[in-house]
Design a protein around this ligand. Structure first.
Ligand code: FVH
Length: 288
């Protein structure tokens, strides 16, 4: 089915995120059909003009673009599996979090499958700050690019349906790494009577500097060489030990910094003496 401007959209799953997605489509003027296992969650959307389908099958058949956002891949299989026939000729965009393997498996359901990952909280949906990652059918994505753009800034990574999910988990790893480090640092400074709010601006400023390291190290990783133009692994290791010792002395949990220290020691033991911090990629690759 070809999309018309402001073409009809179905949203299946009205949890916190699904409601935000449906509200963005309805608010942008798309005729929007919704379905949720628990019907009461559609009330606000109905007030905004969305139509509640009485069955999954009706919901799928209502639109050329079917967006699903459920808890996990099992819920997608349970909900849409019995209605695969109705998907023929429609585009299925799966915004449910999952693994790349699950995405590739679901892609076998229909030629017009696009997998997606949402890098935003529900409150940001419909703004350019929300960024959404897509992969799968190029043709289907192109056909619905404008509609999907209503949700935020959309990026398409190519025809491997698993790529959006891989980017998703890799980016979430970046988030958790940064947040763990901030929380550990806040615990450490908190023992000295420093509020987290006082630490936060410095953590933010330093995080902005670190983004520069990421770009530099990405170049080293892709070239396969790790010249220490800034600081050697040994210099990093020496200062890491202070973080572990300070934590132990303050009664703050040492597991997080000790893990970082252990990874660095493994890189040095594997022969990356004098290399840059980017050499740790070999540890993560399982080669050190
Ligand atoms: N919320 C967020 O900030 C994040 C941002 C990044 C991406 N995630 C992913 O989005 C998926 C949905 O997340 P959510 O926040 O909307 O989750 P809930 O509010 O818990 O809603 C879950 C919906 O899934 C329905 N559901 C669950 N199991 C089944 C099932 N077996 N059959 C049918 N529907 C099912 C549930 O229905 P109900 O409980 O209301 O009846 C909700 O509609 C998720 O992958 C995040 O990782 C969001």
């Amino acid at each position: 089915m070809n999309e018309t401007p402001n073409g009809s959209v179905t949203v299946i799953g009205l949890g916190l995120m699904g409601q935000a997605l449906a509200a963005a489509f309805a608010g942008a003027g798309h005729p929007t059909t919704v379905w949720n296992r628990t019907p009461g969650k559609a009330d606000d959307l109905i007030a905004r003009g969305a139509v509640l389908a009485s069955s999954v099958d009706d919901a799928v058949r209502a639109s050329a673009l079917v967006v699903v956002c459920l808890s996990d891949a099992d819920a997608v299989r349970d909900t849409l599996g019995p209605h695969r026939a109705a998907l023929a000729g429609r585009t299925l965009v799966n915004l449910t979090s999952g693994t790349s393997g699950e995405a590739r498996e679901l892609a076998a359901w229909t030629a017009d499958y696009v997998d997606g990952a949402i890098m935003a909280v529900p409150g940001l949906i419909g703004t350019p700050e929300a960024f959404l990652l897509f992969s799968g059918s190029q043709e289907a994505f192109d056909r619905h690019r404008d509609s999907l753009g209503r949700l935020g800034t959309a990026t398409f990574f190519g025809t491997d349906p698993g790529l959006a999910s891989l980017y998703d988990v890799a980016l979430l790893g970046v988030m958790w790494g940064m947040l763990n480090s901030f929380l550990h640092g806040a615990a450490l400074l908190g023992e000295a009577g420093v509020d987290a709010a006082a630490f936060a601006p410095f953590a933010n400023q330093w995080a902005a500097s670190v983004t520069g390291f990421i770009s530099e190290y990405a170049g080293q990783i892709d070239k396969g060489g790790f010249p220490a133009d800034d600081a050697t692994l040994e210099t990093h290791l020496a200062t890491m030990k202070y973080l572990v010792r300070e934590s132990a002395a303050a009664g703050v949990d040492t597991e997080w910094p000790a893990r970082i220290q252990a990874l660095t020691e493994r890189a040095i033991e594997a022969g990356h003496t004098g290399g840059s911090y980017a050499a740790l990629i070999e540890v993560f690759r399982g080669r050190a």
